[in-house]
Design a protein around this ligand. Structure first.
Ligand SMILES: [Zn+2]
Length: 310
């Protein structure tokens, strides 16, 4: 989430909310909108990503498979039925939806939900959930699992999530979705399919399992994350925040520990990902401004960059 002073989108006067007049910073009319952004759906082979993200508004991502959530925004119906909710940090634009989703689970008589979060945020998150349950006089079915960087959690057949360290102003983690890919063992690769079938029949282990970083999600982070977790450059699909755009915002970006577009330009050669999904854009900037900046400053990456957030 951004600091309070960073998104003065409304002024409160006479009990009503009035949009502020636009300054001359080039902001477009769509930078002042009601909360709740557009939901995007992106497909990359077997993977489908659904989500919505705008800085300070809300950020949530759902991955299919396995149906888990990376952050929950302020609560979105699209997250209903997700068994695992991985929270990157406690800022409310990423985490407030937890009690609402647990409440929805009670209404739908759903099974227990696992809520996984940075260990340092677990006690406060638990207190928030318990207060909500008391308020509703309801019993939520959930299991809170505190995580540290390096911890791994099984989330489906051949799928695990691994937590990694990021660089934000409150305790925070990023998450890799790891996929175990079965493939023919290297020593058998020159053989015909008949020979492989014969070996298999005779009981030989002809397969080996390779671990692939299928998706990486950084949550909110400053650019230090690239030093903390260089495997980000190798991930198949990298979900990366990109909050600020124009050069006058770079110090702002550093103060609030967010990624500035120039941080990506500085590292343009290192991104080996099949797809980069940028999200968490400040409402100060329009999506079309970001797209124009990509075409101009990151032409070699442009085809691989997708945007999430309306
Ligand atoms: Zn944040």
């Amino acid at each position: 989430m951004l600091g309070r002073s960073s998104s003065p989108r409304f002024e409160h006067a006479k009990g009503r909310l009035h949009p502020l007049k636009h300054s001359t910073t080039g902001r477009r009319p769509d930078s002042v909108r009601r909360s709740g952004g557009a939901v995007a759906s992106l497909s990359f082979g077997d993977l489908r990503i659904e989500g919505s993200s705008r800085a300070g508004d809300e950020t949530w991502i759902r991955l299919h498979p396995p149906g888990l959530a990376f952050d929950v925004g302020r609560g979105a119906l699209e997250l209903s039925g997700a068994r695992d909710l991985f929270l990157s940090h406690g800022h409310l634009d990423h985490a407030l939806g937890v009690p609402w989703l647990l409440s929805l689970g009670v209404m739908h008589s759903a099974g227990p939900t696992r809520v996984l979060c940075p260990a340092a945020a677990a006690a406060d998150l638990e207190a928030l959930i318990e207060a909500a349950a008391r308020l509703e006089q309801a019993t939520y079915k959930f299991e809170l699992q505190p995580l540290e960087a390096g911890d791994r959690v099984e989330v489906g057949r051949d799928l695990e999530v691994e937590a990694f360290a990021v660089d934000h102003v409150v305790p925070a983690l990023g998450y890799h979705l790891l996929r175990h890919k079965r493939r023919l063992a290297e020593k058998y690769r020159g053989l015909s399919s008949e020979d492989v079938a014969r070996l298999k029949k005779s009981g030989s282990a002809v397969e080996e399992v390779a671990l692939e970083i299928w998706v990486s999600y950084c949550g909110d982070t400053g650019p230090q994350v690239f030093e903390l977790e260089p495997r980000l450059f190798e991930s198949q699909v990298l979900l990366l925040e990109c909050t600020f755009l124009h050069s006058d915002r770079r110090t702002h970006s550093a103060d609030f520990k967010h990624i500035h577009f120039e941080d990506l330009v500085d590292r343009a050669e290192r991104f080996r990902n099949r797809a980069l999904v940028l999200h968490h854009l400040s409402r100060r900037h329009s999506v079309s401004d970001l797209r124009a900046a990509i075409e101009e400053r990151l032409p070699a990456l442009s085809e691989r960059i997708h945007l999430l957030g309306g």
